[in-house]
Design a binder for this molecule. Structure first.
Ligand SMILES: [Fe+2]
Length: 436
């Protein structure tokens, strides 16, 4: 077995501002034209190598190192995780489902839906094929209008009793022709304007349907290694809602975004949990504060005259670049811009590959999720939320589920009016030593 790095790789891994989530296997970016000794050092300690391509853009190559290459923890794991929760930094839960045996088979059943769900009738077929012996008994109420016809494929209403309605929709993740990535989303009420509603009863209905149609959800939601820390961080019982099944396919994935709403913290959405169930995905995940710092770092490289080709493509005229320079002089403005849908005017920079993506990887913000691994994306409000983007890291379609975390007994009344318009965002150089 190769020993620990001594050279430049060690420098990158031990950089004081590199993120080190406990339990995460370290990831670095590399290029084929890197020095042969550097590449050989990576190879000797590599767990796997992954190429990143999303929606027609090349995002570079990653090497995931063996877990024993991670720096030692500076403090007890629990204390570090607690701090990460409150600072909205991602929390990795590798091997979250390792003690359960039912989900691999369920994940394969779900993977087999990838082609049929591409068709509008595929969603109804999936629902009608699910066993319904267990109560509550859901009754289809018919098709609903598509919220986003450019991406949505089908939307169906279901209810247990009149007035207890929820909906399920299938849709693509993007409008990019070659991206066949899918999602199946469970929710209630009017899509968009009602996404942040605080009606616990309707959230429980959504949860109930998701558990029935996707039984793997029940396994995840009853895993002590997930529930116990969440309830410690939130200081009270939690439950899960707004479930989404994801089929990330090669060349697809999600652009950098957050899942926060403009709402009071207590009684609101406290975070999102994603669990990989088949295939693997690569994640860029970091707090909005850390992403703001990385954007400023990237712009500083351009101010120093580096990355001339990136500046030329993203900010070809002087006026736009001067706007960018004024913005990065004000940290709060950068953070505010990143909180806008699509990361606002910073979207093209944040989505820039491979330069910005590689910078994020070398700064410790990249993770490869294998089947059974989980990631928690904490949310303490728009200014303290976990930003994330996803790539498919398998040669075929993958499957995983996400769910929003809510307090089961919030101190704030559930009758409080729904918050105003939700602010969901949608949808790189290397660190100093390695930029070119
Ligand atoms: Fe998300």
């Amino acid at each position: 077995m190769a020993t620990e790095f001594q050279g430049p790789q060690r420098e990158l891994l031990d950089a004081p501002d590199r993120d080190h989530p406990p339990g995460a296997r370290p990831v670095l970016a590399y290029r084929e034209e890197d020095e042969p000794e550097y590449l050989a050092g990576l190879d000797a300690r590599a767990r796997q190598k992954i190429q990143l391509q999303r929606r027609g853009t090349w995002h570079g190559e990653l090497v995931e190192l063996r877990a024993d290459q991670a720096p030692a923890l500076s403090r007890p794991r629990e204390a570090l995780l607690d701090e990460r929760w409150h600072r909205a930094r991602p929390i990795l839960l590798p091997g979250l489902l390792e003690h359960d045996t039912a989900w691999p088979g369920q994940a394969q059943e779900r993977l087999a839906l990838f082609d049929s769900l591409q068709r509008p009738e595929g969603l109804a077929e999936f629902i009608s094929n699910r066993p319904t012996e267990d109560p509550p008994h859901w009754r289809p109420t018919g098709s609903l209008p598509l919220h986003d016809p450019s991406r949505d494929i089908a939307c169906l209403g279901l209810e247990t009793n009149p007035g207890n309605g929820v909906w399920v929709k299938s849709g693509h993740l993007s409008t990019f022709d070659k991206d066949r990535s899918l999602r199946v989303r469970f929710s209630a009420g009017r899509e968009g304007s009602n996404d942040a509603n605080r009606d616990l009863r309707s959230h429980r209905q959504v949860q109930s349907l998701a558990q029935q149609l996707l039984p793997e959800v029940r396994t995840i939601e009853s895993t002590p290694a997930l529930i116990e820390p969440l309830e410690n961080w939130i200081d009270g019982p939690v439950f899960f809602t707004q479930h989404i099944g994801y089929w990330n396919a090669p060349g697809g994935g999600a652009l950098m975004h957050h899942d926060a709403f403009r709402e009071p913290l207590e009684g609101g959405q406290r975070g999102v949990v994603y669990v990989q169930l088949a295939g693997r995905t690569a994640w860029m995940a970091l707090s909005i504060e850390d992403l703001s710092r990385r954007v400023i770092e990237f712009v500083e490289y351009m101010q120093e005259g580096e990355l001339a080709w990136v500046r030329e493509e993203l900010f070809p005229d002087l006026e736009t670049f001067q706007w960018l320079e004024r913005m990065v002089a004000r940290f709060g403005r950068v953070r505010k811009e990143l909180g806008k849908p699509g990361c606002g005017r910073l979207g093209p920079l944040v989505g820039r590959g491979p330069e910005f993506t590689s910078l994020l990887a070398d700064a410790g913000h990249t993770y490869i999720l294998e089947p059974g691994d989980g990631i928690v994306l904490p949310n303490q409000g728009l200014e303290c939320t976990c930003m994330h983007s996803v790539f498919c890291a398998s040669p075929g379609p993958t499957y995983g589920v996400s769910m929003a975390v809510r307090e089961a007994q919030p101190a704030v009344s559930a009758q409080e009016p729904a918050p105003s318009k939700p602010a969901r965002g949608h949808s790189g150089p290397r660190r100093k030593r390695r930029r070119r």
